[in-house]
Design a protein around this ligand. Sequence first.
Ligand SMILES: [Zn+2]
Length: 201
Amino acid sequence: MQSLHPFRGSIQEYLQELSDPDRYRPNHCPLCHTPDPLRAHGFYCRTVVDVQYDGSIRVRRYLCLLCRRTVSLLPEFVLPYLRFCIQVIGLFLVSRLLSRRTLREAAGAALQPNMPYQRGQFWIRRFQQQATAVCAALASLTTVVPARDFLTRALQMLEAIGWIPAHRFLFAQLRVHLLGWPRFLVPQGCCFHRLAALSSS
Ligand SMILES: [Zn+2]
């Protein structure tokens, strides 16, 4: 299971803080809810691309001694299952969809001037599919502003809240992925009943 590392800061600060297993050790198991602290269980590596960083980071894992399942603490600047960080994707989507820039200009705004245009189209497609759910889920955090469509409204709400704080809330509280969970993870990733409740409230 992926949980959020309760850390706020830059990638460099994250990498420095990671060496102390006690600092953010979960004091209970989020899977079986046993009230015992989890045991440090090494790391896994993943690649990330942020506006100022392109490389790999370590992600700390913990093990529940009762249910024998692992919990990894993902830093909040990355999205599960995506190599590009939230800031990069946010800059691109705002530039392309709110400011109506070209794909190339939006890639430049995200400091990825040479990225293939298909990557940007992939982010746009996934965000379009997720916009209505994001609007519903974020309604408790910010005033809903009039907008011509859900896509614009979702982007305006994310800009008002901040992309990373919004992701922190969506992922930690609702298990909602900003760009939607990969299809094979949908059943466990997203709490449909909670989203439905939010939509109707
Ligand atoms: Zn457990």
